[in-house]
Design a protein around this ligand. Structure first.
Ligand code: DX5
Ligand code: ZN
Length: 225
């Protein structure tokens, strides 16, 4: 994998203290976070319920960081554009949740945001083959979606490599995001494999200082940036 790529660190607020969300976000901003990852769960597609449109709207007013909304919801096509209107700069939908992926990706783009496709750990890379050319990024889940603080699934590394190869072979301009169980000890490996947007929740907001944790993750990738 070539060097000199832009690596974005995207703290996932799922592990933040929601009663102090403004302060938590200010801390990761000071640490140099590039993107804020927002996990939207509906209690149907995944076995957990988190936050939705009103929170995204408030966040957009509270930070200059681009908001990356990861929709873990059934029928994401019904809501994707609304997340853009609420202030999301990036909206990703699960391939497992949407039989009309092309339509949804196009609607996100025409609403003015970057469109992402997400793969669960057991969903093969081939499931996005035909959607790749319509997407701005692919999010590889390295845990089963639903909860923060789970253990990284090591097979995800090979999956990122295969996806990177496919994108290179097809000469597409699609970024790879990875989400789940990322910490200081594995960030370099996933970056080397080809991931460029690195989501981390518990490794950042579970640390003593979220600001320092962002800096440490960045430093661990520094020779690849
Ligand atoms: C899991 C979410 C992740 C989660 C990551 O369903 O999509 O974004 O917050 O948390 P960690 O980094 O703790 O695995
Ligand atoms: Zn996520």
């Amino acid at each position: 994998m070539q060097k000199n790529r832009n690596i974005d660190i995207a703290p996932s607020i799922l592990s933040a203290d929601f009663s102090r969300l403004g302060e938590e976000i200010a801390a990761v901003e000071r640490g140099g976070a590039n993107i804020l990852h927002v996990d939207v769960m509906d209690g149907h597609f995944v076995p957990n319920i988190t936050i939705g449109l009103p929170v995204v709207k408030s966040l957009a007013a509270a930070t200059k960081l681009p908001l990356d909304t990861h929709l873990m919801i059934s029928e994401p096509g019904r809501y994707a554009e609304q997340f853009v209107s609420a202030g999301a700069s990036m909206v990703s939908v699960h391939v497992e949740a949407d039989p009309h992926l092309h339509r949804t990706l196009m609607s996100i783009k025409s609403a003015g945001a970057q469109a992402g496709v997400v793969l669960n750990p057991a969903t093969p890379v081939s499931a996005v083959e035909e959607a790749l050319q319509f997407a701005d990024y692919v999010l590889v889940m390295s845990v089963n979606p639903g909860f923060g603080g789970q253990k990284f699934i090591p097979e995800s590394i090979q999956k990122v490599r295969r996806l990177r190869q496919l994108i290179t072979d097809r000469q597409l301009n699609v970024r790879i995001e990875i989400d789940g169980g990322i910490e200081r000890n594995n960030i370099e490996t996933v970056v080397k494999a080809g991931a460029e947007i690195i989501v981390a929740g518990s490794a950042i907001f579970g640390a003593e200082s979220a600001e320092e944790a962002v800096k440490e993750l960045r430093n661990a990738t520094v020779q690849w940036v």
